[in-house]
Design a protein around this ligand. Structure first.
Ligand code: THU
Length: 139
């Protein structure tokens, strides 16, 4: 068990740091480690487009680069940068693949904020069925 409401609030809070001058779509993420730490992330765009990062990967790479490799859940909140969160922002395929690298698909929880105090909950397995991960390489 963990505090889902708090994680969703942290994701909404992280939106304020989004650097999204091209899409004007601000995304925040809050990643909870197995030992109870929360790493936030925002999307970071680029004039050259492809070097940009989603909020989820920002959070994962911050955490992994600080020694964390065991994760419990992530909350994601996205919407037009000049407004509140109005609907879910599902993680892109690349971010689902990164989650697959570090998380157990059956238990890792993905919370999609729908607005303040409202969210939907999924497992990684539900959003990324039959994903290719580290176990797939073991034959
Ligand atoms: N984006 C995220 O940060 N996370 C998602 O789950 C979906 C999309 C970002 C990428 C880009 O900066 C902007 O949202 C519009 O696609």
């Amino acid at each position: 068990m963990f505090n889902e409401k708090r994680l969703v609030e942290e994701a909404i809070r992280a939106r304020k740091f989004a650097y999204a001058p091209y899409s004007h779509f601000a995304v925040g993420a809050a990643l909870l480690t197995e030992n109870g730490k929360i790493f936030s992330g925002c999307n970071i765009e680029s004039a050259a487009f492809t070097p940009g990062s989603c909020a989820e990967r920002t959070a994962f790479f911050k955490a992994v680069s600080e020694g964390e490799r065991a994760f419990r859940a992530i909350a994601i909140a996205g919407g037009k940068e000049d407004g509140p969160v109005r609907g879910v922002c599902p993680p892109c395929g690349v971010c689902r693949q990164v989650m697959m690298e570090f998380c157990r698909p059956e238990t890792f929880t993905i919370l999609l904020a729908e607005g303040a105090g409202k969210w939907q909950s999924f497992t990684l397995e539900q959003l990324f069925p039959l994903g290719f991960g580290p176990c797939s390489l073991k034959g």
